[in-house]
Design a protein around this ligand. Structure first.
Ligand SMILES: Nc1ncnc2c1ncn2[C@@H]1O[C@H](COP(=O)(O)OP(=O)(O)OP(=O)(O)O)[C@@H](O)[C@H]1O
Ligand SMILES: [Mg+2]
Length: 241
């Protein structure tokens, strides 16, 4: 579904991602791990077509993320960590509708999907309130609903549970599991090892822009002779510190 092939991204003379190759199949949940600055967000941005690789290629459902960016965007739902990018002065519903329009969806489709997403995320109560007064968890739910308005087959979530309380984080973890059931391809980044252990079929570990590991957790445990992902991770990326 997603093929990242020999991708390098430079910013000026700084190389943020170096010769990265990995793939994610349909219905697969891939966890992306790496320290701050490892290149996770940059990689997700390239897959989502927001950034162009300096070298290498990315395809989503067989379509090129640079040459067929428009088509790729229609397949991909994105949630970026930190700033949700919601408009504070608009209501949750208006924020979601705005995105739906950007994707070229019809009014009725947007309205129906918004209702069903609001039910799914238990946000009907505040659907028509302005986002400006929302808590972080409420905003995150709106941002997630917005990212799903076009029913994407690929979901890219950058640190989706970061800064959320346990209840909200679990809602999102459960959701990632549901995406898998629905046959969506998921790549998400995280700093929480237990979350990755629980949810992922496969992990991609980056260190300073370079791939350290790409494979199943079981194979990683076997190769490392340990079941302690925390420790394996530190041994893999913590060298020379
Ligand atoms: N637009 C940019 N211009 C210059 N450098 C950038 C830009 N975007 C990212 N970088 C650099 O690329 C490197 C990788 O950044 P990236 O945001 O992908 O890391 P990350 O793995 O997502 O880290 P974190 O866990 O902190 O979110 C960092 O050194 C960052 O400073
Ligand atoms: Mg990041």
């Amino acid at each position: 579904m997603i093929e990242v092939h020999g991708v390098t991204k430079t910013f000026g003379d700084f190389t943020a991602v170096k010769g990265l190759t990995f793939s994610a199949g349909q219905g697969e949940v891939v966890g992306m791990l790496g320290e701050n600055g490892a290149g996770k967000t940059t990689t997700l941005r390239m897959i989502s077509t927001v950034l162009k690789p300096t070298q290498g290629s990315i395809t989503v459902g067989g379509m090129d993320a640079v040459r067929q960016a428009e088509e790729v965007r229609k397949k991909v739902g994105i949630l970026f960590g930190g700033e949700t990018g919601l408009y504070d002065r608009l209501t949750a519903r208006e924020n979601i509708r705005y995105f739906g329009k950007l994707y070229g969806l019809e009014q009725q489709v947007i309205a129906a999907r918004t209702e069903s997403l609001a039910k799914r995320f238990d946000m009907t109560r505040y659907l028509d309130k302005r986002v400006g007064g929302f808590s972080k968890g409420m905003k995150q739910k709106v941002a997630i609903a917005r990212s799903l308005i076009h029913d994407p087959s690929v979901v890219l979530f950058d640190e989706p549970t970061s800064g959320l309380d346990i209840t909200s984080a679990n809602v999102i973890r459960q959701l990632l599991g549901e995406f898998k059931q629905e046959g969506r391809t998921v790549i998400f980044s995280s700093h929480i090892m237990s979350e990755v252990e629980r949810l992922c079929d496969r992990v991609v570990i980056l260190h300073r822009g370079e791939l350290q590991y790409n494979g199943t957790l079981d194979a990683l445990y076997e190769q490392s002779g340990s079941n302690d992902l925390d420790r394996i991770f530190m041994e893999m990326v913590g060298e020379g510190q």
